[in-house]
Write a protein of this length. Structure first.
Length: 414
């Protein structure tokens, strides 16, 4: 096994940009599918029963995603323990995405759509789980804020890609599905050619580990509360705006939603990077996360009060700015709290439950409180949960990780 030179105190801007691009590929893997392609396909297949079919499909997919993310995170941990890297699992995830999206492209019944989504979720999490652990392994703590901010690139890029998919009339539905794994491979592949450098850390005391587990649990709960709203809007935003603009053609609604998502995600990118850099310099991350959650909650209240498209779009813009900043900066913040370097993939998989469990909670809220023509009670409930998530993050006792960890011996691969 080749030995690397001493690990750098900072990773290059080029590496951070390649990692952000690869993470954007991970967002492309699910955002256009769940926000546009899947709702449109189910609406075509199921008609007026679309909310029920869509909700059941998403819930089952979330269960698969929860388990598979932990599994592939653990498997990547085992690879690291044997002196290899996590990049092989990333390659496996990319390869699996191609047959998964082909299956989704040819699905013509509700059962076939469900089966294809299960395969897609397995492939997505085979990609995402080791990719998240690479950030914990290879990006120094002093750069995790700005690196997290750069993750905001994923949403506008994925939204723009989704807008292109539904905007080009020359693409039929099958071509839209097949274009997704190609775009993912283009985004992720450059990172695979970078060197893998594990950053060694000092051991932590038992009290420090206990504090980290407590803080990580609180951070997990805060993300869960905020992410519930993110999940509902990711899955039901198309239907929400459809309720504000009855009579529009589905393709027009999808195109308008994708353009709106792209715009607000582009606006959130410089904000997230700037605030991430500020959090690295000041080492005060909780006030930034709290403020972002408050902005998101205000946006949801505005969405609840909206009676036409423009009001809903303004409310969604406020929500998306706050939510995107919170979620991307929270990712780096939580990595500072991981109690064991040897189990980063597994622990990040458990932390990822805060992203997948909302896919069980959110659809239930939408099912109970929303109708195809009225999302007001659901938006108010989500605003309250987001507000609680912002207050929860204030319960984390450590601003900066106090427990450096032992990582595997530094290794490098081409």
């Amino acid at each position: 096994m080749p030995v690397a030179p001493p690990p750098p105190a900072r990773r290059s801007t080029a590496f951070l940009m390649l990692y952000a691009l690869a993470s954007a590929g991970g967002v492309i893997a699910y955002l256009p599918l769940l926000s546009l392609l899947l709702p449109m396909r189910i609406e075509h297949v199921s008609g007026d029963a679309r909310l029920g079919v869509f909700t059941a499909t998403v819930i089952i997919g979330a269960i698969v995603a929860s388990g598979s993310n932990i599994l592939f995170g653990w498997l990547s941990d085992r690879s690291v323990a044997r002196g290899r890297t996590r990049r092989g699992w990333v390659i496996f995830g990319i390869a699996l995405l191609f047959p998964a999206y082909i299956a989704a492209a040819v699905a013509t019944t509700a059962a076939a759509i469900l089966a294809s989504l299960i395969l897609v979720q397995l492939a997505i999490n085979a990609l995402l789980a080791p990719l998240a652990a690479i950030m914990a392994d290879e990006i120094p703590d002093a750069q995790k804020g700005v690196a997290s901010g750069m993750l905001a690139l994923g949403s506008p890029l994925a939204s723009a890609f989704g807008a292109a998919l539904v905007g080009f009339a020359v693409l039929d539905e099958t071509a839209r599905f097949l274009a997704v794994p190609v775009a993912i491979a283009v985004c992720v592949t450059p990172l695979l050619f970078t060197r893998s450098i594990f950053l060694p850390d000092a051991p932590a005391s038992q009290p420090q580990r206990r504090l980290a587990r407590r803080d990580l649990t609180i951070a997990w709960m805060a993300r869960l509360l905020v992410q519930v709203a993110g999940t509902v809007l990711l899955l039901y935003l198309y239907y929400y705006f459809e309720s504000l603009a009855s009579g529009r053609m589905p393709i027009d609604t999808a195109s308008g939603v994708s353009r709106l998502m792209t715009l607000v995600y582009i606006l959130s990118l410089p904000l997230a990077v700037g605030l991430g850099r500020m959090s690295d310099r000041t080492r005060r991350r909780k006030p930034i996360l709290f403020g972002a959650a408050m902005l998101a909650s205000c946006g949801l209240v505005a969405m609840a009060a909206a009676t036409e498209w423009r009001m809903g779009a303004i409310g969604y813009g406020l929500y998306a700015l706050g939510s995107n900043v919170f979620l991307v900066l929270h990712a780096g913040f939580a990595m500072l709290l991981l109690p064991s370097a040897q189990h980063r993939g597994r622990d990040l998989g458990l932390l990822n439950l805060a992203n997948t469990a909302p896919s069980l909670i959110g659809p239930a809220i939408a099912w109970m409180l929303a109708t195809p023509n009225d999302f007001t009670p659901a938006m108010l409930a989500l605003a309250i949960l987001t507000l609680l998530g912002g207050f929860a993050i204030l319960g984390v006792r450590s601003e900066e990780r106090a427990l450096p960890q032992h990582a595997p011996s530094p290794t490098t691969t081409p």
